[in-house]
Write a protein that binds this ligand. Structure first.
Ligand code: ADP
Length: 548
């Protein structure tokens, strides 16, 4: 903003040039002062501008169906909807609702109560004020909700195919029985084998009908989503690259590591793009001959997959902090493409919490049964380190969008770092909610404004940090584990919050509540959270020795 002040003896003018709509609502303070005293006056800018549709999104099923939108304009624009080019006349069952207004930005929904197939098709939103208009279109399909009905649809297909199969086998059997006679051994054998086959084919059906994303425990839930036949596609956080654009500096130097310097040792896990291995890397650090590293592989990369890979490498090169996992470089001599990271001995934080909680004895192989449960001070120590990493990300104007314990890593001496930036994973697929076929959203970690309008900000990261605290104090439970994805969406958008975990001190739960304020500007600031956690952690001594 340029200021030009024409000073006159008794009267002054302040001329503001180069203002934009984002300056609307800003307060100008005039402060005058001389040797006798001082006084102030305020003025709020009222900038008039034409409307713009900032977002118009695919329908979401909340309590009712909602086509979310965000619009801006001053004066507040008038909204009109068209369905297949016919103007929509709003009534009780279809109407525009504004849920939140921040300055001249308004967020809302076109609410549809029980829409049917006649409501499918193109919706156009036209916004108008005296300075101009804007319009946007979106395709809406209400009859195939992404979550339950898709599975139910498949269930129906399976049932029909199953019944047809049984009927056909039955007919063949009848013919055989009629031909060979009732007492024939062959006939009896045949029928019993049909029954047992039928039983077998019934079991996948059982899985399908279970696929409502309501895991009784999140460990079991993985099967419920993948359901044997459709593997949910792994996709990047949809706004990841757009958002992180500011982090991509043109002069970023990504270190290249020679393939012969990397010796794979064993598999650590499966990532979004390929397997993750423990490896030895030679000649990476000046005074060490070799060090242990974690390498992430990208198999069968398409052109766009390769481009994403290089952008992520540049981004990771620019993110350096003691609580962000260290990125060493890439190896792109041949396929698979490789990214090299520091090795974090204890793997991802979610698994770590579970294996140091009361259910550890129940976990798979029982090898952790001798592990000691984490103490409150250790939990605070973990939380404080993640908050430190988030303070750094916020200072870099990086919005994470997918902060969760599954995306943090644990090293020696309870060192915790944020280790994953916006990539979803196969193994944690029940933590994500698929909308419209491709986009996967970690709804259980998202505030209402991110669920309803896909608005991701440092404040929405603060909400997720509150959920991470809850995960830590429940030893890695899945948030809202008792609810299906649709129920979770309804719960969060209606303003319910997670309950206080049994082993959680009141001060920490108050902090969580500070992260879960519905209005994003009411939430605690990330720096405040970090210093609160630091002082709580200091109040209790940390005994690290139990981890060996
Ligand atoms: P992606 O980002 O490609 O989805 P992940 O970060 O999810 O990959 O990695 C998958 C698994 O590999 C994690 O759950 C963790 O157990 C292991 N892993 C990943 N990075 C490291 C690391 N730096 N050190 C140790 N284990 C790691």
């Amino acid at each position: 903003m340029y200021l030009q002040i024409n000073a006159l003896e008794l009267e002054s003018n302040l001329t503001l040039l180069g203002l934009s709509p984002s300056d609307n609502g800003r307060v100008i303070t005039c402060n005058v002062e001389n040797v006798v005293g001082q006084t102030e006056a305020y003025l709020q800018l009222n900038i008039l501008f034409r409307p713009t549709i900032l977002e118009l999104l695919e329908p979401l099923r909340l309590h009712h169906w909602c086509i979310p939108f965000s619009v801006t304009g001053n004066p507040k624009p008038e909204l009109r909807w068209y369905h297949k080019d016919q103007e929509l006349h709003e009534q009780e069952y279809i109407k525009t609702e504004i849920h939140e207004s921040t300055g001249s930005v308004h967020h809302g929904c076109l609410k549809l109560v029980n829409p049917t197939h006649i409501h499918n098709g193109q919706y156009t939103l036209v916004v108008r004020n005296e300075y101009g208009e804007d319009r946007k279109e979106i395709d809406a399909h209400f009859l195939l909700p992404p979550d339950t009905d898709y599975d139910t649809g498949l269930t129906a297909v399976y049932i029909v195919v199953g019944i047809a199969g049984v009927a056909l086998i039955g007919c063949v059997l009848m013919v055989i029985i009629l031909k060979y006679g009732r007492n024939s051994k062959f006939g009896m054998k045949g029928s019993s084998s049909v029954i047992s086959n039928d039983d077998d084919s019934a079991s996948p059906l059982h899985h399908v009908s279970n696929g409502n994303n309501t895991p009784s425990s999140s460990e079991m839930g993985h099967d419920a989503v993948i359901i044997g036949m459709t593997k949910i596609p792994v996709i990047e956080n949809p706004q990841y690259f757009r958002q992180s654009g500011s982090m991509l500096k043109s002069d970023t130097f990504v270190q290249h590591i020679k393939r012969h310097n990397i010796v794979l040792k064993r598999e650590l896990g499966e990532g979004a793009f390929g397997k993750v291995f423990l490896a030895e890397c030679y000649n990476l650090i000046p005074d060490q001959d070799k060090i242990l590293v974690a390498v992430k592989t990208l198999k069968e990369a398409s052109e766009s997959g390769r481009a994403d890979f290089h952008r992520e490498a540049e981004l990771l090169t620019n993110l350096q902090h003691e609580h962000i996992v260290t990125f060493y470089g890439v190896c792109v001599e041949s396929d698979p493409l490789i990214m090299v990271f520091e090795y974090m001995k204890h793997g991802d934080l979610n698994k770590f919490l579970r294996s140091h909680g009361p259910d550890a004895v129940l976990m798979a192989d029982g090898q952790h049964s001798l592990m000691v449960e984490l103490t409150q001070s250790q939990m605070l120590h973990i939380a404080q380190q993640i908050a430190a990493g988030m303070v750094y990300l916020a200072s870099q104007h990086f919005v994470h969008r997918d902060l969760a314990t599954r995306n943090c890593l644990v090293g020696e001496n309870l060192l915790v770092k944020i280790g994953d930036f916006g990539m979803s994973r196969d193994v944690y697929s029940t933590d994500y909610y698929r909308v419209g076929g491709h986009t996967m959203l970690p709804i259980r970690w998202m505030p209402p404004e991110s669920i309803m309008y896909r608005r991701f900000t440092t404040e929405s990261d603060v909400w997720s940090l509150g959920v991470v605290l809850w995960e830590i104090f429940t030893y890695g439970k899945q948030p809202w584990y008792q609810l299906s994805n649709n129920e979770v969406i309804e719960c969060i958008t209606q303003g319910r919050v997670l309950q206080r975990p049994r082993s959680c001190p009141k001060e920490v739960y108050d902090l969580m509540l500070g992260c879960w304020q519905r209005e994003s500007y009411m939430r605690l600031n990330i720096k405040e959270i970090h210093s609160l956690l630091q002082s709580l952690a200091k109040a209790l001594p940390v005994y690290l020795d139990i981890l060996g």
